[in-house]
Ligand binder design. Structure first.
Ligand code: HEM
Length: 265
């Protein structure tokens, strides 16, 4: 019998033909810079996919009491975040006039509608039902967001891990509503101060969580600066006030206790 299975090649393993068919500019011509715009966004979506894959792993490793491996995975996440921030430099080579050659072809499309970005926010503890309802019933995006809405956040997994490590995390924190935003807690701050002073292993883990928080804020800051230099104060295609809306979302830490203790150490 002959083997009908095609040999694995670079092209068929990575689905290169399919991949290269996915960039479809909408402008007439098409305008030169639209390809770059599409590719940069598609690359971001791939990184978002990878980040979600790694976040799930960090949470599982914390649940399995594997702090070193969780830290290792956080390091990978941070390295990806650095690359993601650096990638904005490429898009910043597009001038405001170059962007205008195809901007109106975007209609109401905007990064605001990225469900994977919202999923990352959900994992980190910023959840909203409005973000779920923007996606049609039965869509992949809505199903993923609904699932993540109910799941414990990274912070919840971390608190439960600390409790198993012997720290007196109050029950109110261990059983907190995983949908609610993480609020600063004096009790948790006391625990973290004690931990930083005498528990190097877990202090390192906390530092990686601070890196993560800072990394996302860095992306947000760079994104808003890019928006300001490309469209100034114009409204966003997604319907928001644009840079003014985006500026409000920068500089908000998601793990407030980890930042708060710095002035108390
Ligand atoms: C020329 C380039 C870009 C411009 C002018 C731009 C502009 C904007 C604006 C104005 C908003 C606010 C929502 C709206 O009304 O549309 C926004 C949101 C957003 N953009 Fe961009 N953007 C650019 C590139 C990117 C890239 C490369 C990404 C990567 C995926 C991205 C991801 C996002 C995300 C995730 C949001 C939602 C942020 C939030 O709601 O917290 N943007 N963008």
């Amino acid at each position: 019998m002959t083997d009908t299975t095609a040999a694995v090649t670079y092209g068929n393993y990575l689905k290169i033909d399919e991949l290269l068919s996915l960039q479809q500019p909408r402008s007439e011509g098409p305008e030169h810079d639209e390809l770059l715009f599409i590719i940069v966004h598609q690359v971001y979506e791939l990184w978002f996919k990878e980040l979600l894959h790694e976040f799930d792993r960090v949470r599982r490793l914390l649940e399995d009491d594997e702090p070193h491996r969780a830290q290792h995975t956080l390091k990978r996440i941070l390295t990806i975040l650095k690359v993601m921030v650096a990638q904005l430099d490429i898009l910043e080579t597009m001038t405001p006039l170059e962007f205008l050659t195809f901007r109106e072809r975007l209609d109401a499309a905007s990064g605001f509608q990225s469900d994977q970005f919202r999923q990352i926010e959900f994992v980190r503890g910023v959840k909203s039902t409005a973000a779920i309802q923007r996606f049609p019933e039965g869509s992949r995006a809505r199903a993923e967001l609904q699932r993540r809405h109910q799941e414990p956040t990274l912070w919840d997994a971390f608190l439960r891990y600390l409790s198993r490590e012997g720290y007196a995390v109050p029950d109110s924190q261990l059983q907190r509503d995983v949908i609610a935003a993480v609020e600063p807690s004096p009790e948790i701050q006391q625990i973290l101060i004690e931990l930083y002073r005498k528990d190097t292993k877990n202090a390192e883990l906390c530092e990686r969580l601070v890196d993560l928080d800072e990394g996302i804020q860095e992306w947000r800051y760079r994104h808003v600066k890019m928006v300001e230099r490309t469209i100034g104060m114009k409204r966003g295609t997604g319907g928001s006030s644009g840079a003014a809306y985006l500026r409000e979302t920068t500089g908000r830490p998601l793990f407030p206790d980890l930042w708060e203790i710095r002035s108390q150490l």
